[in-house]
Design a protein around this ligand. Structure first.
Ligand SMILES: [Zn+2]
Length: 329
């Protein structure tokens, strides 16, 4: 079976090529210099971005009113010819500006609807933040919910690989949508601009990671069912290929992307039964980053983790209260 030689060669390449640009936690100065360099590199890896921001031109309609919040369906432009859809949940009976939370779904047919559904793997986490008095934006990510692709020759796979061939990436397109989602939230009269949080599961966790790593407007981040390692996920088993970014694993492991969020508040929500994203790797990330938070004199609670008994889902028992505490400071 000579095919085994190919697999052996692959593992040799993984060992020799992975993580050439790890974070440098030797001093504050060294860490900040690494962050500046790494942000530029990750920006390049995400591919070409629009040169300028166009008006969002937001359209709204109310779709639900509960005792605690009003839910509106929003449609807004993120780039010329491209509109995003989202739910905006605004708490009732609160005065003044509130923390804003961006709640992100993963690969899911229902998109934003699943984020507010108490019976989905998201356990309605978007709804829970609104009930606690936060302004919540739940966008549909490209390819899901109202933004599912039409049946066409250019299907999801062609989009992923075609964009890569052209110096763009699907993750980069989604990243830009979320940059514009932050712009939208910042412009709301109900939102405290210095208290923007992001939380998401799976692909939503991945997008939480990239957005918070590169956008310092994000005050607090919670990554669920994603933050582990390339070695134990994309490099070791089949996944949807939309997250396979050229040169990403060559330079950075997950822990390095998480280090781009430090010393801002960061929490991980990981399932003991999540076979695609091993919780032991999530625990190792928190252990490796603790010294960085100490370097900046941040309280130990600024970084944390919840290992729940479930699988690929958001538990939110500790992570949601932690987010609320960080955002209310
Ligand atoms: Zn994908």
């Amino acid at each position: 079976m000579l095919g085994q030689q190919v697999i052996d060669l692959y593992h040799t390449i993984v060992d020799s090529s992975l993580r050439r640009t790890p974070f440098d936690g030797s001093s504050k100065k060294a860490f900040l210099a690494w962050q500046r360099r790494a942000r530029r590199m990750v920006n390049r890896i995400l591919g070409e971005m629009p040169r300028r921001k166009i008006p969002l031109d937001v359209q709204k309609e109310t779709v639900e009113e509960t005792q605690s919040f009003v839910r509106e369906r929003l449609v807004y432009f993120t780039r010329p010819g491209l509109q995003a859809t989202a739910y905006l949940l605004t708490p009732r009976r609160v005065r003044g500006r509130r923390p804003g939370v961006l709640c992100l779904h993963g690969h899911s047919r229902g998109g934003k609807d699943e984020v507010i559904d108490p019976h989905s793997i998201y356990h309605g986490f978007g709804r829970r933040f609104a009930e606690e008095g936060c302004v919540v934006l739940c966008p549909d990510q490209i390819g899901f919910g109202e933004r599912a692709l039409p049946e066409d020759k250019v299907n999801y796979g062609v989009l992923v690989h075609g964009l890569n061939m052209l110096g763009h990436t699907l993750i980069g397109l989604r990243y830009w949508d979320l940059v514009r989602a932050l712009d939208l939230m910042e412009a709301l009269p109900t939102v405290r601009r210095d208290r923007l949080g992001v939380m998401g599961l799976s692909l939503g966790g991945e997008m939480t990671l990239f957005l918070s790593a590169l956008e310092v407007r994000v005050h607090t981040a919670c990554v669920c069912g994603y933050l582990t390692s390339h070695r134990s996920t994309f490099l070791d088993r089949p996944h949807c290929t939309c997250g396979h970014l050229r040169d990403l694993a060559r330079h950075f492991e997950h822990v390095d992307l998480a280090a781009l969020i430090a010393p801002r508040p960061l929490f991980l929500d990981a399932g003991r039964e999540d076979s695609s994203f091993p919780f032991q790797d999530a625990q190792a990330i928190v252990r490796s980053l603790r010294p960085v938070y100490e370097l900046f004199g941040r309280p130990a609670s600024t970084i944390g983790i919840e290992i729940h008994e479930g699988a690929h889902e958001i538990a939110g028992r500790r992570s949601i209260p932690w987010m609320l505490r960080q955002l209310s400071k």
